[in-house]
Design a protein around this ligand. Sequence first.
Ligand SMILES: [Zn+2]
Length: 417
Amino acid sequence: MVVKGILIIADGLGGRPTDIAGETCLEAAATPNLDRLAERGAIGLVDPIGPGIRPGSDTAHLSLLGYDPYEVYTGRGVFECLGVGLDVQEGDVCFRANFASVEEVDGKLRVTDRRAGRIETGQEELEAALSEIELTDIAGVKAYFRASTEHRGALLLRGEGLSPRISETDPHEAGVPISRSVPLDPGDPAAERTATAVNELTRKSYEVLKDLEVNRRRIAAGNLPANVVLLRGSSQLPHLEPLSSIYGVRGAVIAGGALYRGIALACGMEVIRVEGATGGLDTDLSGKAAAALSALERFDYVFVHVKGPDNAGHDGDAHAKRAFIERVDRELIGPLVGPVEEGRIHLAFTGDHTTPPEFGDHTDEPVPVLFAGRNVIPDQARRFGERAAGGGGLGRFSGRVLPILLGYCDWGPKFGS
Ligand SMILES: [Zn+2]
């Protein structure tokens, strides 16, 4: 009997007892569906990469999907480019891009806001203007830009002899000039060429964006203009053995955030677009659940990503994080309980790291993880949360949640004879 798999990663799921009155956001949340599955299945703690390692979202996802990020990770930009739908080829240098606000002071571009006031509309116009840029300082280099959500986007440079070994242009603070990109290894000609192209692109992005209609409107309305592009996360295609060739099955991803679609694409999954999947707290969770179940008619497993807990954690809003986890339980987990109990799917649920609202960033504590389905031996757990997971039957392990899920589905390759 074929039982298909669903992996759900709730970004930044893990918490600390300082979150809400001595409990983590997950523990304080009412999660009857996760509790029911914890009772039917088995739980434990997972260190997304390893004990004591503070994960980024990109490296944590690679590890949870079964790769060694220390071996394969090249940087974030390439995943952002793949995720927004750019065709990334061998030799391309990829960046994550931000629309930012700058003012010209003594011929220098000084950053007034790194996120252009978290711009919400007009990105198509900005993208179209950036697409017109022609780079001339280095012959034969072409830039491709795509906007994604809010101030975010991705950019890739294509041409002979480029290198990702350059510094970024994002100064990571307001009130200072944009950083000039320079080679990380002085005298490296490929890095020299790439840094020159990046600096030209940055200058020209200001020239083509500053007087655009969308920015005139923003300034007239008292908003900051999106008048420059900041670049970071310089990287090239990583060499990942596709999951389809490791396990011999086909997987798909459902994610609002470009980064997560990009990682899954790089690992050999296909993308399923869901209307209303925003990568934010307002995302359509019922739509994701329905899309995941119907995708299993065509795919062997589906990876669903939700970003909300991490957003609320970064914003320092414990109550929003708890409320979003309750919505995940109701709208995303709820519709999957029946299919799990009927033995039609195996479900894995976890987070990619801990994001305590009080700290406002990722920390290295392990994250609770749950497996449920007909091949999972139940443990003694009666509810899902950090404390319960510490006493769960799965103990504490590192990464590899997708390989474990695919193992329950009988697709794990044998090591040795
Ligand atoms: Zn994350």
